[in-house]
Design a protein around this ligand. Structure first.
Ligand SMILES: NC(=O)c1ccc[n+]([C@@H]2O[C@H](COP(=O)([O-])OP(=O)(O)OC[C@H]3O[C@@H](n4cnc5c(N)ncnc54)[C@H](OP(=O)(O)O)[C@@H]3O)[C@@H](O)[C@H]2O)c1
Length: 284
């Protein structure tokens, strides 16, 4: 694949950073160079010769999206801006790769299949679902639904490693169940879909392995880091009790990987990627 014909959007985010490593010749832009909510800026961008638009941009602050300002930003970036990209993808005959989330569902079904009906609980989830609908109108799209993303940036594993360094034993929710997804794995999935003759469409795209709660994941992080700390279980309801402006979270976030497997991709176990990630973090 000629990655010089790729454009990476949201290039400084967690996934954007991993995409830049995978596709070093791609044109990579973040909000400071191309604000995708600005329709005229998107139209004026030089898309000539672009074969693939990889959209890693998003408003990802789930609780922030519940505020007045955040609500507008989430809808602008996660929904309206996606429609802007769909329009240029159609105009320039480019494939659109877009990332969605388990938050488009209410987390009552397990596992989530690609054809589950939207049931978002939060503003973030609703704005992502609207983005999914926009993407589905693109002539050629890969819509990848992922969960609990870990890469270069602020994320759960780094937060817990920070607590470990300070010797803090945390209380962590034990009733949200899912799998971590490393950006290295997400990029491997994207590359597989783009380089094999797999039909365009919607795919669940996560690491594999036994699903776990955030509390169980924290124990795995501490084990990998050699931190002798206790993790106390709590429920989502107890953890957020009395706190204002907290977005509702889906409890079951496990994505069915059957379609991805049928497309010839075997996801790595998140436990293995977590061990490697923690080891790398400890070297830094
Ligand atoms: N993080 C998770 O746990 C998770 C879970 C499920 C799905 N996802 C999805 O996975 C994808 C990647 O997530 P991530 O964790 O890599 O996100 P991230 O680290 O928050 O990065 C998002 C990037 O988008 C950029 N951006 C924001 N507004 C923009 C705009 N108007 N125009 C252009 N760029 C803009 C941000 O730039 P600034 O920093 O300058 O604003 C940032 O670089 C997203 O679609 C997200 O919804 C994430």
């Amino acid at each position: 694949m000629d990655d010089s014909k790729f454009v990476i959007i949201g290039a400084k985010g967690q996934l954007g950073t991993a995409l830049r490593e995978q596709y070093p010749n791609a044109r990579a832009v973040d909000a400071d160079e191309l604000d995708i909510t600005d329709r005229s800026a998107v139209e004026a961008f030089d898309w000539d010769g672009t074969t693939h638009i990889l959209n890693a941009a998003a408003y990802t602050n789930v609780d922030g999206a519940e505020t007045e300002e955040g609500r507008r930003a989430a809808w602008a970036i996660n929904a309206d801006a996606v429609a802007n990209l769909v329009a240029v993808a159609a105009q320039y005959d480019a494939a659109l790769v877009h990332i969605s989330s388990d938050y488009v569902f209410d987390g009552t079904k397990e596992p989530h299949t690609e054809d589950e009906v939207f049931s978002p609980l939060s503003v973030y989830g609703a704005s992502k679902a609207a983005g999914d609908l926009a993407v589905s109108l693109a002539p050629k799209f890969y819509l990848l639904r992922t969960t609990w993303v870990i890469g270069e940036g602020k994320n759960f594993v780094r937060t817990m490693l920070g607590l470990a360094e300070k010797g803090i034993s945390p209380t962590v929710v034990a009733d949200q169940i899912g799998r971590l997804t490393f950006t290295s794995e997400l990029v491997r999935i994207i590359d597989h879909l783009l380089t094999t003759n797999v039909p365009a469409g919607t795919y669940n795209a996560t690491n594999d392995g036994e699903p776990a709660s955030w509390a169980e994941i924290t124990r795995e992080i501490f084990k990998a880091a050699g931190a002798d700390l206790t993790v106390t279980d709590t429920t989502t309801a107890e953890y957020f009790a009395g706190k204002e402006g907290i977005a509702p979270r889906p409890l079951l976030s496990v994505m069915d990987l059957g379609k991805l497997q049928a497309a010839g991709f075997t996801s790595r176990d998140w436990h293995d990627d977590l061990k490697e990630y923690v080891a790398k973090e400890q070297q830094n």
